[in-house]
Design a protein. Structure first.
Length: 258
């Protein structure tokens, strides 16, 4: 495995974190579109990504990014209808997708209204079609890949819907799996480490003092990935960056770039 060391970037505030996340999103989009004619991004739920989406939905990014070439997928979803207040799709639609000109056909949501197994099977097939199907190869002949996966970190060490102890999900060869969360809604659908670790870029967005202790364990503690699923994310040939605000970085022992 040719995994590179993660990049740690500490920003002074949550607002600065959202600004830097938007800058990196736009830069990666421009690079991917120039190289392959498209940018495939896996969105995340949560308040920190929502702040990022608000930046992207406003100038300059709403105008600078070539949204007609952006393809949107999701890292995970709760098993709820798309108009439910708990839906990651709904949050992203309201915060970003309704505000920028992404073609409707480029928005590939997880069918949270299906059964967990049915939604996972459906999305697994959809991603294989997107990345490997007959119509997958964009202009220039470059094999498509997920260009960017956005992730967060739970206070229990989970990321996406990869929860502690769910070893079957963690080790799944499939790209998408049903998952069980310790919170409500319990049923989830998630990308697995198999597909996340094939991405070109993974960007963790971590904000707030409540995440500080767990962030220190994940970054600097013993390697126990089935207890701390965020440690499972080690892209084979891609890059990982942790964007962290100062409150979340208070328990890190080693330095990070500012």
């Amino acid at each position: 495995m040719n995994a590179s060391l993660p990049e740690l970037v500490v920003l002074p505030t949550a607002d600065a974190l959202a600004d830097e996340g938007a800058r990196r999103f736009a830069a990666l989009a421009a690079t991917a579109i120039a190289a392959r004619g498209q940018f495939i991004v896996a969105l995340s739920g949560g308040s920190t990504p929502k702040a990022l989406y608000a930046r992207l939905a406003a100038p300059p990014y709403s105008r600078a990014i070539n949204w007609s070439r952006v393809i949107v997928i999701w890292g995970d979803e709760r098993c709820v209808p798309p108009d439910d207040s708990a839906s990651n799709f709904r949050m992203a639609r309201e915060a970003l997708l309704d505000r920028v000109p992404v073609p409707a056909t480029h928005v590939r949501r997880i069918r949270g209204e299906y059964t967990p197994t049915g939604a996972a099977t459906n999305y697994n097939a959809a991603l294989h079609d997107l990345l490997e199907g007959d119509g997958a190869m964009p202009a220039g002949g470059h094999k498509p890949s997920i260009d960017l996966v956005l992730l967060g970190l739970g206070e229990d060490g989970h990321t996406a819907s990869l929860f502690p102890g769910e070893v079957t999900v963690h080790n799944a060869k499939e790209w998408v799996s049903a998952a069980t969360a310790p919170t409500i809604p319990t049923n989830r659908v998630t990308l697995t480490p198999t597909i996340i670790n094939s991405a070109a870029n993974v960007l963790f967005l971590i904000s707030g003092n409540a995440k500080a202790a767990m962030l220190s364990r994940v970054i600097e503690g013993p390697h126990t990935p089935h207890e701390l699923p965020a440690q499972l994310i080690v892209p084979t040939n891609g890059r990982v960056c942790w964007l962290i605000d100062a409150p979340a970085a208070t328990e890190l022992r080693n330095g990070a770039t500012a």
